[in-house]
Write a protein that binds this ligand. Structure first.
Ligand code: SF4
Length: 247
Protein backbone atom coordinates (compact mmCIF):
# COMPACT_ATOMS: atom_id res chain seq x y z
CA UNK A 1 0.00 0.00 0.00
CA UNK A 2 1.03 3.60 -0.47
CA UNK A 3 2.38 5.39 2.59
CA UNK A 4 2.77 9.14 2.76
CA UNK A 5 2.77 11.61 5.61
CA UNK A 6 3.06 15.11 4.13
CA UNK A 7 4.41 16.39 7.47
CA UNK A 8 7.39 14.01 7.35
CA UNK A 9 7.87 12.53 3.90
CA UNK A 10 9.22 14.13 0.75
CA UNK A 11 7.24 11.78 -1.46
CA UNK A 12 4.98 8.70 -1.27
CA UNK A 13 6.48 5.23 -0.98
CA UNK A 14 5.04 1.72 -1.30
CA UNK A 15 5.13 -0.71 1.66
CA UNK A 16 4.20 -4.39 1.63
CA UNK A 17 2.28 -6.15 4.40
CA UNK A 18 1.67 -9.91 4.50
CA UNK A 19 -1.95 -10.45 5.54
CA UNK A 20 -3.40 -13.96 6.05
CA UNK A 21 -6.25 -14.36 3.61
CA UNK A 22 -9.62 -15.69 4.71
CA UNK A 23 -12.83 -16.39 2.86
CA UNK A 24 -15.01 -13.34 2.38
CA UNK A 25 -12.22 -10.93 3.25
CA UNK A 26 -12.67 -7.41 1.92
CA UNK A 27 -9.83 -5.02 1.16
CA UNK A 28 -10.92 -3.03 4.21
CA UNK A 29 -10.59 -6.18 6.36
CA UNK A 30 -7.08 -6.71 5.00
CA UNK A 31 -6.07 -3.12 5.67
CA UNK A 32 -7.46 -3.24 9.20
CA UNK A 33 -5.51 -6.44 9.85
CA UNK A 34 -2.35 -4.70 8.65
CA UNK A 35 -3.05 -1.70 10.87
CA UNK A 36 -4.05 -3.69 13.95
CA UNK A 37 -1.38 -6.42 13.85
CA UNK A 38 1.48 -5.22 11.65
CA UNK A 39 1.80 -1.42 11.69
CA UNK A 40 -0.26 0.84 13.93
CA UNK A 41 0.83 3.94 12.03
CA UNK A 42 -1.25 3.09 8.92
CA UNK A 43 -3.94 5.74 8.34
CA UNK A 44 -7.22 4.89 6.64
CA UNK A 45 -10.80 6.10 6.91
CA UNK A 46 -13.89 3.90 7.22
CA UNK A 47 -17.15 3.72 9.08
CA UNK A 48 -20.20 1.64 8.08
CA UNK A 49 -18.44 -1.34 6.40
CA UNK A 50 -21.51 -1.83 4.17
CA UNK A 51 -21.10 0.61 1.25
CA UNK A 52 -23.47 3.11 2.81
CA UNK A 53 -21.28 5.87 4.23
CA UNK A 54 -18.78 6.35 1.41
CA UNK A 55 -15.85 6.82 3.80
CA UNK A 56 -13.42 4.15 2.56
CA UNK A 57 -13.00 5.29 -1.04
CA UNK A 58 -9.51 4.61 -2.37
CA UNK A 59 -7.68 3.35 -5.43
CA UNK A 60 -7.44 -0.44 -5.38
CA UNK A 61 -5.35 -2.09 -8.06
CA UNK A 62 -5.49 1.15 -9.98
CA UNK A 63 -9.25 1.67 -9.93
CA UNK A 64 -11.33 3.83 -7.55
CA UNK A 65 -13.38 1.55 -5.29
CA UNK A 66 -14.85 1.27 -1.81
CA UNK A 67 -12.52 -0.89 0.29
CA UNK A 68 -15.45 -2.36 2.26
CA UNK A 69 -17.25 -3.31 -0.94
CA UNK A 70 -14.30 -4.98 -2.66
CA UNK A 71 -13.58 -8.62 -1.97
CA UNK A 72 -9.90 -9.57 -2.07
CA UNK A 73 -10.91 -12.72 -4.00
CA UNK A 74 -12.59 -10.73 -6.79
CA UNK A 75 -9.34 -8.93 -7.56
CA UNK A 76 -7.45 -12.11 -8.40
CA UNK A 77 -3.72 -12.54 -7.82
CA UNK A 78 -1.75 -12.50 -4.61
CA UNK A 79 -1.11 -8.79 -4.23
CA UNK A 80 -3.56 -5.98 -3.62
CA UNK A 81 -2.34 -2.44 -4.20
CA UNK A 82 -4.11 0.25 -2.16
CA UNK A 83 -3.50 3.93 -2.87
CA UNK A 84 -5.34 7.14 -1.99
CA UNK A 85 -7.93 8.53 -4.43
CA UNK A 86 -6.58 10.71 -7.20
CA UNK A 87 -7.67 14.37 -7.52
CA UNK A 88 -7.67 14.90 -3.74
CA UNK A 89 -5.02 16.20 -1.36
CA UNK A 90 -3.56 13.43 0.80
CA UNK A 91 -3.90 13.94 4.54
CA UNK A 92 -2.03 10.75 5.37
CA UNK A 93 -1.62 7.37 3.64
CA UNK A 94 -5.08 6.42 2.30
CA UNK A 95 -6.92 9.34 3.88
CA UNK A 96 -7.73 12.19 1.51
CA UNK A 97 -9.10 15.66 2.22
CA UNK A 98 -12.73 15.81 1.10
CA UNK A 99 -13.34 19.40 2.20
CA UNK A 100 -13.31 20.89 -1.31
CA UNK A 101 -15.50 18.00 -2.52
CA UNK A 102 -18.20 18.77 0.05
CA UNK A 103 -17.81 22.52 -0.52
CA UNK A 104 -18.63 21.99 -4.20
CA UNK A 105 -21.57 19.79 -3.23
CA UNK A 106 -22.90 22.56 -0.95
CA UNK A 107 -22.31 25.20 -3.62
CA UNK A 108 -24.84 23.45 -5.87
CA UNK A 109 -27.51 24.03 -3.22
CA UNK A 110 -28.50 20.35 -2.93
CA UNK A 111 -31.88 21.00 -1.39
CA UNK A 112 -35.30 22.22 -2.46
CA UNK A 113 -35.31 26.02 -2.71
CA UNK A 114 -38.65 27.74 -2.21
CA UNK A 115 -39.64 31.38 -2.35
CA UNK A 116 -42.22 30.91 0.43
CA UNK A 117 -39.72 30.51 3.27
CA UNK A 118 -42.42 30.67 5.96
CA UNK A 119 -44.07 27.60 4.48
CA UNK A 120 -40.66 25.95 4.18
CA UNK A 121 -39.91 26.51 7.87
CA UNK A 122 -43.42 25.66 9.06
CA UNK A 123 -45.06 23.45 6.42
CA UNK A 124 -48.83 23.27 6.51
CA UNK A 125 -49.01 20.22 4.25
CA UNK A 126 -46.92 17.44 2.72
CA UNK A 127 -45.54 18.22 -0.73
CA UNK A 128 -45.16 14.94 -2.55
CA UNK A 129 -43.59 14.18 -5.89
CA UNK A 130 -45.54 12.09 -8.36
CA UNK A 131 -44.02 8.63 -9.00
CA UNK A 132 -43.15 9.61 -12.58
CA UNK A 133 -41.38 12.75 -11.33
CA UNK A 134 -39.41 10.73 -8.78
CA UNK A 135 -38.48 8.20 -11.45
CA UNK A 136 -36.53 10.87 -13.34
CA UNK A 137 -34.17 11.57 -10.45
CA UNK A 138 -34.32 8.45 -8.30
CA UNK A 139 -30.96 6.95 -9.25
CA UNK A 140 -29.21 10.24 -8.44
CA UNK A 141 -30.58 10.16 -4.88
CA UNK A 142 -28.57 6.98 -4.25
CA UNK A 143 -25.30 8.94 -4.16
CA UNK A 144 -23.37 8.36 -0.90
CA UNK A 145 -20.80 11.11 -1.63
CA UNK A 146 -17.83 8.76 -1.65
CA UNK A 147 -15.87 10.84 -4.15
CA UNK A 148 -14.89 7.91 -6.40
CA UNK A 149 -16.43 9.57 -9.46
CA UNK A 150 -14.49 12.77 -8.90
CA UNK A 151 -11.26 10.83 -8.36
CA UNK A 152 -11.71 9.18 -11.76
CA UNK A 153 -12.66 12.36 -13.64
CA UNK A 154 -10.06 13.70 -16.13
CA UNK A 155 -11.57 17.18 -16.01
CA UNK A 156 -11.39 17.30 -12.20
CA UNK A 157 -7.74 16.30 -12.57
CA UNK A 158 -6.95 19.39 -14.62
CA UNK A 159 -9.46 22.00 -13.38
CA UNK A 160 -9.70 22.39 -9.62
CA UNK A 161 -12.67 24.78 -10.05
CA UNK A 162 -14.74 22.19 -11.91
CA UNK A 163 -17.59 21.09 -9.59
CA UNK A 164 -17.05 17.45 -10.53
CA UNK A 165 -19.52 14.69 -11.41
CA UNK A 166 -20.99 14.29 -7.93
CA UNK A 167 -21.89 17.96 -7.44
CA UNK A 168 -23.22 18.34 -10.99
CA UNK A 169 -25.35 15.23 -10.64
CA UNK A 170 -26.88 16.59 -7.44
CA UNK A 171 -27.52 19.92 -9.15
CA UNK A 172 -29.49 18.01 -11.77
CA UNK A 173 -31.37 16.03 -9.13
CA UNK A 174 -32.67 19.22 -7.48
CA UNK A 175 -33.12 21.17 -10.70
CA UNK A 176 -35.51 18.45 -11.83
CA UNK A 177 -37.47 18.45 -8.59
CA UNK A 178 -40.89 19.93 -9.42
CA UNK A 179 -41.06 21.53 -5.96
CA UNK A 180 -37.83 23.47 -6.46
CA UNK A 181 -37.73 27.17 -7.34
CA UNK A 182 -33.97 27.66 -7.35
CA UNK A 183 -33.54 27.32 -11.10
CA UNK A 184 -32.01 30.67 -11.96
CA UNK A 185 -29.53 30.58 -9.06
CA UNK A 186 -28.21 27.18 -10.06
CA UNK A 187 -28.14 28.02 -13.75
CA UNK A 188 -25.69 30.85 -13.08
CA UNK A 189 -23.34 28.43 -11.34
CA UNK A 190 -23.67 25.75 -13.98
CA UNK A 191 -23.49 27.89 -17.10
CA UNK A 192 -20.02 29.26 -16.36
CA UNK A 193 -16.44 28.82 -17.55
CA UNK A 194 -15.75 26.03 -15.04
CA UNK A 195 -19.32 24.72 -15.02
CA UNK A 196 -21.18 21.97 -16.75
CA UNK A 197 -19.61 22.52 -20.18
CA UNK A 198 -16.19 21.46 -18.89
CA UNK A 199 -17.41 17.86 -18.83
CA UNK A 200 -16.10 16.15 -21.95
CA UNK A 201 -18.10 13.00 -21.33
CA UNK A 202 -15.24 10.63 -20.55
CA UNK A 203 -17.77 8.47 -18.69
CA UNK A 204 -15.29 7.16 -16.09
CA UNK A 205 -17.46 8.54 -13.27
CA UNK A 206 -20.30 6.19 -14.18
CA UNK A 207 -17.89 3.29 -14.61
CA UNK A 208 -16.56 3.52 -11.04
CA UNK A 209 -19.70 4.50 -9.09
CA UNK A 210 -20.38 1.79 -6.47
CA UNK A 211 -24.06 2.72 -6.10
CA UNK A 212 -25.17 2.40 -9.70
CA UNK A 213 -25.50 6.15 -10.21
CA UNK A 214 -24.78 7.32 -13.75
CA UNK A 215 -23.26 10.78 -13.22
CA UNK A 216 -22.23 11.04 -16.88
CA UNK A 217 -25.89 10.72 -17.86
CA UNK A 218 -26.91 13.25 -15.20
CA UNK A 219 -24.40 15.76 -16.54
CA UNK A 220 -25.56 15.36 -20.13
CA UNK A 221 -29.17 15.85 -19.03
CA UNK A 222 -28.03 18.86 -17.03
CA UNK A 223 -26.47 20.37 -20.16
CA UNK A 224 -29.83 20.03 -21.88
CA UNK A 225 -31.53 21.61 -18.88
CA UNK A 226 -29.10 24.54 -18.92
CA UNK A 227 -29.69 25.07 -22.63
CA UNK A 228 -33.45 25.05 -22.15
CA UNK A 229 -33.02 27.60 -19.34
CA UNK A 230 -31.10 29.83 -21.75
CA UNK A 231 -33.79 29.71 -24.40
CA UNK A 232 -35.51 33.00 -23.45
CA UNK A 233 -32.25 34.90 -23.93
CA UNK A 234 -31.90 33.44 -27.42
CA UNK A 235 -35.33 34.50 -28.64
CA UNK A 236 -34.00 37.37 -30.73
CA UNK A 237 -31.41 35.21 -32.45
CA UNK A 238 -31.64 35.01 -36.20
CA UNK A 239 -32.93 31.68 -37.46
CA UNK A 240 -31.20 30.33 -40.53
CA UNK A 241 -33.11 27.94 -42.76
CA UNK A 242 -31.41 25.40 -44.99
CA UNK A 243 -30.61 26.82 -48.46
CA UNK A 244 -32.98 25.78 -51.24
CA UNK A 245 -31.20 23.35 -53.59
CA UNK A 246 -30.46 24.94 -57.00
CA UNK A 247 -31.96 23.21 -60.02
S1 SF4 B 1 -22.10 9.52 -7.81
FE1 SF4 B 1 -21.44 7.46 -7.17
S2 SF4 B 1 -19.17 7.59 -7.20
FE2 SF4 B 1 -19.95 9.69 -7.21
S3 SF4 B 1 -19.95 10.32 -5.06
FE3 SF4 B 1 -22.01 9.52 -5.55
S4 SF4 B 1 -21.94 7.34 -4.98
FE4 SF4 B 1 -19.81 8.05 -5.09
Amino acid sequence: MQRFDPLRDAKPRMMEYAVPRREGMTVLDALLYARDYLDHSIALRFSCRQASCGSCGMKINGRPRLACYTQVAELGGERVVAQPMDNFVIIKDLVTDLESFFAKHREMMPYVIRADTDELEHPSAEYLMKPEELEKVLQFTYCIKCGLCTSSCPTAATDSDFPGPQALTQAYRYAMDPRDEGGRKRLELLDSVHGVWRCHYAGSCSYVCPKGVDPALGIQLLKRHVMSGKTPRREGAKVFSAPTPQK
